[in-house]
Each structure stands twice: as structure tokens, then as C-alpha cells.
Design a binder for this molecule. Structure first.
Ligand SMILES: [Zn+2]
Length: 338
């Protein structure tokens, strides 16, 4: 639908009226990074960055026109089988970028919006960006004109896969193919995969990009401001594509590490969705329960309602603009698919 049509519908109040007729639900919003100038990190972070000014405008809108609640309040409503307060919204961040602390936190606190920050533990501890950023940077910045996946070359049964890197589109396709393979790996095998590709492409992210991740001190401060810290795994794989033991390790080790470093229980988990679907399954749901998580959020789109399973909660994408956020929220509350 065109922007002017959306504006007209929003201005008419028809969606808001329809929203009043639907059962009370909560919209869990999924943010990643908030930077003063998103274009500066486009070759590593890609399209997951909100500008500081857009984020401020969105939080102001949530505080004024909606009802921001914390994840713990969300759990309470779900456990008690209660309806949510009207127009409830929950703000969450994935990955653990330093800008969450430096740029987003003062804005959240100014508008009294509680948030949950799901962090990738290996990235926090080793000061490196999650692997999709490292791969994206290597494919976008390499001076090589082609890339042959040496893994397929060494496999006797399959032809080596070669990619022309002559255009941005070709590079994106090669990057996405590499992501499909990498998302099935975790831990040391994943790190080996990334380093092999960086070597083949003769390009890797500069070391200072590690400062884009939060520190444990910053995480403790977030918690001190009343916000929630949760786990986003150790190494950001697609959990549903991992072997059983690897998936369990990602769930359990990240929880234990965060608990010992932050000195408080870690009850909430967020499923990475770096490539391929599904990104969670009945098996991972049972594993997350066995490890002791109370809730888990996915990247499946939708609202949270009374009776929902706490270990596979849906989320909404906030989009990058104020009008886009309003449209997605009003449409979702009115019962439309976003
Ligand atoms: Zn992530």
C-alpha cells in the first residue's frame, strides 16, 4: 500500500477503532542497533540500524500513544491468564551493540520505556561483531572478483561453487549463500568457517569494530536502570539447524556465563535468525525449558495474546520510520497481518 493511503487510513482512526474491538494483546518490538549515522556501518551491520533521531521519535510515540510494559510484566499477564493493558508494547533489542547503552538507554530512560536486551555472549566477551556482520563486510569490501567456496571444492561428490563478485547483487547472493552454510555452525567450527572465508576474500573487519559491542560493565548498568538482560546464544547460530548437543550448549552456556558475570538470574532468551527457516522448533522449545528459561522470543511476526506459549513469543518489526511503526502497530492491533 502506498504511503499516502496508509496516512489517510491512520488519520481516519479506523484502525484504532478496529483495534478496540479485538482482544487485548501486546506487541513485542524487535530492535537491533541505534546509531547517530547508520550509513557509517552499512557494510557491516547492514539494514538493522535505526538512526538516533528516528529511535527517539519512536520512543516518544510509544510513551504518548501506547502503553509500554516490561517483559516481566508481560510474563505476569501470560502466567495469570490476564488480558494485557490496552495497546501494550514491549521494547526488545537483539545482539548486544554498544549503542544500545550509549544511544538508546538515555532515550529509553527519558521516556520511561522499559526494555530487554538479548546479548550474544561470545561477541560481548571477545569484542567482535556477530558473524553475519563479519561475512557481510568481507563480501562487500573484498577486492577479489570471484569467490570459489573451497569447502565444496574439496568435497569429491559436488562441483565447486563459484561466485562472480562483479556486481553488488552478485556479492549479496554469494554472501547469502555463505550465511546459509554458516548459520548451521556454532562455536569453534563457526569461527573456523568465518576465518576461512575472510582468508579466501583477503578481507576482514578492522579490529576496532569490536568496540561496537557492549561490555559486562555496561550490561550491569542497564540492569541497574531497571532494564532486563537476556541471552541471544553464545555464537548466534540458527538454533533449529544445529545438532542437539550444540543447541543445548548455546542455550545453557550463555545463560550460565551471563548469570555468573552479572550476578542475577537470566530468564529470557531470543532466537537468532541469521539465515534459513525455521529458526526454532519443538525440540529447541523443550531444550530451552529444560535449561530453565521462562520466555523466548522469535522473529515470527505477530502479537502476544493470553494463552500464548511463553517459549516461542512472536515479535513485530518496528520499521525505520515513525509512520511505519504506527502503521505496523495499528494494523497488528486491528487484527491485520503485518
Ligand atoms: Zn541477532
Amino acid at each position: 500500500m502506498r504511503d499516502w493511503a496508509k496516512k489517510t487510513i491512520l488519520a481516519s482512526g479506523a484502525l484504532r477503532l478496529a483495534g478496540n474491538l479485538h482482544g487485548r494483546s501486546a506487541a513485542i518490538l524487535m530492535y537491533h542497533s541505534v546509531l547517530p549515522d547508520p550509513s557509517l556501518q552499512a557494510d557491516s551491520l547492514g539494514g538493522i540500524v535505526h538512526s538516533g533521531s528516528a529511535f527517539r521519535a519512536q520512543m516518544e510515540l510509544l510513551a504518548r500513544d501506547y502503553h509500554p510494559i516490561s517483559l516481566d510484566q508481560t510474563v505476569k499477564h501470560l502466567r495469570n491468564g490476564e488480558d494485557f493493558p490496552k495497546r501494550s508494547v514491549v521494547v526488545t533489542f537483539d545482539d548486544g551493540y554498544a549503542d544500545n547503552y550509549e544511544v538508546a538507554l538515555p532515550i529509553l530512560d527519558q521516556f520511561a520505556v522499559p526494555a530487554t536486551f538479548y546479548v550474544t555472549v561470545d561477541c560481548i566477551e571477545n569484542k567482535r561483531l556477530p558473524w553475519p556482520s563479519r561475512l557481510r563486510f568481507a563480501f562487500r569490501r573484498t577486492k577479489q572478483t570471484s569467490w570459489t567456496d573451497s569447502k565444496t571444492e574439496s568435497t569429491t561428490n559436488s562441483n565447486p561453487e563459484s561466485w562472480n563478485l562483479g556486481s553488488p547483487l552478485n556479492r549479496e547472493e554469494a554472501f547469502l549463500a555463505a550465511c546459509d552454510s554458516c548459520c548451521q555452525l556454532s562455536g569453534a567450527a563457526q569461527e573456523e568457517f568465518i576465518r576461512r572465508i575472510e582468508h579466501e576474500l583477503q578481507t576482514s573487519l578492522p579490529g576496532q569494530s569490536g568496540s561496537l559491542m557492549m561490555s559486562y560493565d555496561q550490561l550491569r548498568e542497564l540492569a541497574g536502570h531497571g532494564h532486563v538482560v537476556g541471552s541471544h546464544t553464545m555464537t548466534h547460530p540458527n538454533m533449529a539447524q544445529l545438532k542437539v548437543d550444540d543447541a543445548r550448549r548455546e542455550l545453557a552456556e550463555s545463560k550460565q556465563r551471563l548469570e555468573s558475570r552479572l550476578g542475577s538470574p537470566i530468564k529470557h532468551f531470543s532466537y537468532p535468525c541469521p539465515a534459513l527457516e525455521p529458526h526454532w522448533s519443538e525440540r529447541t522449545l523443550e531444550q530451552s525449558r529444560a535449561v530453565g528459561y521462562e520466555t523466548a522470543v522469535t522473529t515470527n511476526s505477530g502479537l502476544t495474546r493470553r494463552g500464548d506459549e511463553l517459549l516461542c513469543l512472536k515479535r513485530l518489526r518496528p520499521t525505520k520510520t515513525l509512520e511505519g511503526l504506527r502503521w505496523n502497530l495499528e494494523s497488528a492491533f486491528a487484527g491485520r497481518t503485518v
